[in-house]
Design a protein around this ligand. Structure first.
Ligand SMILES: Cc1cc2nc3c(=O)[nH]c(=O)nc-3n(C[C@H](O)[C@H](O)[C@H](O)COP(=O)(O)OP(=O)(O)OC[C@H]3O[C@@H](n4cnc5c(N)ncnc54)[C@H](O)[C@@H]3O)c2cc1C
Length: 182
């Protein structure tokens, strides 16, 4: 949030998330059923001018993309993957592929930044090995869109830990994104 503040997009990020003091886990029998109890929010003792905010990563990325487009300092290509690079006298030649058309394009650049995650292709092309297992776990996010006004505490509860009375039903965690409809 401090970095977003420096970039002038802190308020925009906050508007996509839950209000202050929502960092609570509620333990419930079911989403609309009995609440066993809840944790208390962390107290803001003013260590930072930019207090934390709970919002979902896809919302963060949408806002970052919007901001990057508004800055207009470069071109942004969707559905384009890095394929290869080679050092040149002045920098690098980078080959990318348009995933829709399959067409490849080569760009001359002064620098190439590897921001392609833990399984980075750029790192592999550079011949940099990673120590340890490359995949720790495979996870999936499932998004629900619905009117949450009937769910008690949805407006300001970060997460619900659903502990059914029937112990043969597995427990589940439901993470809140905006308290309104997701
Ligand atoms: C389930 C889960 C929960 C997490 N929760 C938190 C949390 O609460 N707080 C926290 O701080 N961190 C959390 N993390 C960790 C955090 O998400 C990662 O550390 C962070 O996203 C890494 O950022 P990155 O930019 O390095 O890579 P990524 O976010 O992985 O971004 C890499 C991007 O590069 C793209 N890409 C990959 N290969 C290519 C290619 N060849 N060409 C073009 N593009 C390519 C990918 O599509 C992706 O968009 C969580 C991670 C997971 C999996």
């Amino acid at each position: 949030m401090e970095i977003f503040r420096q970039w002038g997009i802190e308020d925009r990020m906050r508007a996509r998330g839950l209000p202050d003091n929502s960092d609570m886990f509620a333990f419930v029998e079911s989403m609309a059923g009995h609440e066993y109890g809840r944790t208390t929010p962390e107290v803001n003792i003013g260590l930072s001018p930019a207090w934390k905010c709970i919002l979902s990563q896809d919302a963060v990325e949408e806002e970052l993309l919007k901001h990057a487009r508004e800055l207009g300092r470069g071109q942004i290509f969707d559905s384009t993957e890095f394929v290869d690079y080679a050092d040149t006298d002045n920098g690098v030649k980078v080959t990318v592929r348009d995933l829709k058309s399959g067409e490849t394009t080569a760009w001359d650049a002064s620098y190439l930044i590897a921001a392609d995650g833990a399984g980075s292709s750029v790192r592999r092309v550079a011949g940099l090995e990673m120590r340890g297992p490359s995949t720790l776990a495979v996870m999936a996010n499932e998004y629900w869109k619905a009117d949450l006004s009937g769910i008690r505490g949805a407006a300001n509860t970060a997460a619900f830990r659903v502990v059914p009375k029937d112990q043969s039903v597995p427990m589940a965690s439901v993470l809140n994104t905006n308290g309104r409809d997701r």
